[in-house]
Design a protein around this ligand. Structure first.
Ligand code: 13P
Length: 285
């Protein structure tokens, strides 16, 4: 089914698992991403940057996600990642995205609350979920850049106030992860996550999943991470595979010979992650 972030996370919470939120960069990747989740019996969140949505077309991405969710009988949420631009948020909602992130994390605390609350009112009136962010995630990704010295960890008491005053459906937290970290792994601050999870009764979101050790997944999930973002790992693997195949394949052979291996690589990663995200060794809540 094509469902909202709130709905998909509610199901995940009942099963004490997390949902992989995977960034797509081109339309070629998309069907395989959803079918891979289906293959391992997991739900999936597809997320796009505003630039990717504009490049492909918001409505085209919505149509493909809805169609595949129905054909494959798998839970799919389509989410706009790191939006600061209200016009883009409106475009995504009008086109049928079922979830959006308003990223006010670089704003002063009260301004972040006020702007996030306005977005929540707009989105909820249209049946769309909202993820907010408090604290910052380091590193760089499309349109988002936070220097190491500007990185801020989320304070549990601020998180409580933010959640109460904005009405967000999910909260992205700063617990030491970085966007785009694909050559090393980070040390996630699990004690801080535990405190946040004890303080706020809301699904939590982890950004910068590429740089997170798989051995940390169970503790992250057991402490309330219900949306787990992974982008760079897919991008790097798709691109590395493309570089190899585009060089080796004769120019007059169908593009399929180049693109299918790239998609296959990404699909293997998604299946592996989705399996871990189901947290199968943990007891049910
Ligand atoms: P990575 O690209 O580091 O995996 O992070 C993805 C993300 O958090 C998208 O918002």
């Amino acid at each position: 089914m094509y469902i909202t972030l709130k709905e998909i996370m509610k199901k995940a919470d009942k099963l004490n698992m997390t949902v992989g939120a995977f960034n797509m960069h081109n339309l070629e990747m998309l069907p395989g991403m959803i079918r891979s989740a289906k293959e391992v019996g997991a739900p999936i969140i597809i997320q796009t940057s505003i630039d990717t949505a504009k490049y492909i077309g918001y409505d085209v991405i919505v149509a493909v996600c809805k169609q595949l969710a129905e054909n494959e009988i798998v839970d799919v949420t389509l989410h706009l990642d790191h939006a600061k631009d209200l016009e883009a948020i409106k475009d995504a909602i009008d086109a049928g995205y079922s979830s959006i992130m308003y990223d006010g994390s670089s704003l002063p605390f009260k301004e972040n609350i006020a702007k996030t609350r306005a977005v929540v009112e707009y989105a909820h009136a249209r049946g769309v979920s909202v993820e907010g962010e408090l604290g910052t995630i380091g590193g760089t990704e499309e349109g988002v850049s936070v220097a190491e010295e500007d990185k801020q960890y989320t304070k549990p008491e601020d998180a409580l106030r933010f959640v109460q005053e904005t009405g967000v459906d999910a909260l992205a937290v700063g617990i030491g992860t970085n966007h785009g970290q694909f050559k090393s792994k980070t040390n996630v601050n699990i004690p801080l996550l535990k405190k946040i999870h004890e303080t706020v009764d809301i699904p939590l979101v982890l950004h910068g999943g590429t740089g997170v050790k798989e051995s940390d997944y169970p503790e992250l999930i057991n402490n309330g991470i219900r949306k787990f973002n992974v982008g760079t790992e897919l991008l790097v693997n798709w691109t590395e595979t493309a570089k190899k195949y585009f060089v080796e394949t004769p120019v007059n052979k169908s593009l399929r010979h180049n693109i299918i291996p790239c998609n296959d690589r990404v699909n293997e990663i998604i299946k592996h992650k989705c399996h871990l995200f189901m947290n199968l060794d943990s007891p049910l809540k």
